[in-house]
Design a protein around this ligand. Sequence first.
Ligand code: ZN
Length: 261
Amino acid sequence: MLFRPACQAEREVFFMNMVEEAVKLIRESESIVVLTGAGASTESGIPDFRSNVGPPKKKKYDYPVEVLLSHTFFINNTEIFYDYYMNNMVYRDAKPNDCHKALAEMEKYCNVLAVITQNIDGLHQDAGSSNVIELHGSTRRNYCMKCGREFSLDELLEMNKPVPKCVSCGGVIKPDVVLYEEPLNERDLSRAVELTLKADVMLVIGTSLVVYPAAGLLNYYRGNKLIIVNIGSTPFDRSARIVIHDNAGKVMKKILEGLKA
Ligand code: ZN
């Protein structure tokens, strides 16, 4: 549905109609998978590092982000990696926004199989979603590359070292996030595929669906009730039942209100 309303009042009516339609699909669904991207967290103050949405990035190094956040760079330039990573990827004080909260509360009203996310901020868990699949890992988990000992983000921050080292063996600690050049966690990915195949409704929030694995996951969805909530258009808009181009928090709050009513 790519009707473009002309004025503000018309836009509001159109928006509420789309929300109502989405509520109806969700209410009648047997099982839902949710897929979230950076747009789900921008309202928590976490910028989308791939696009220009959100606050400006702190530019300090002359490397492209694909280099700074690559496995090779982590191994060879660990100190620069950590400086960039801690200043641009870690948001310890970020809080769940209306989108995270609505998704967690939605579980009371429908069967959410999983929230599959590309985000590494842990905010879906903070909000209370019970089954979260983190395709790109999480800044909350860190482990020693030598002995495997695990460290929380707080422990890492407390160390306050240019390169955090393991307190047991002195090995370098690596965040449990998927860097460029690294494969996704096979188990998480197959679980995400398995649940996507099962779902009759797929709700996609805050991703432009142009990068792997998000775009790839859509190809496993067998239903015809795809709902897309994203600020910009996506290559899958034409195959979706409902497309809402707006902020994730605003839309999800309205959808939750509809489910409660
Ligand atoms: Zn160790």
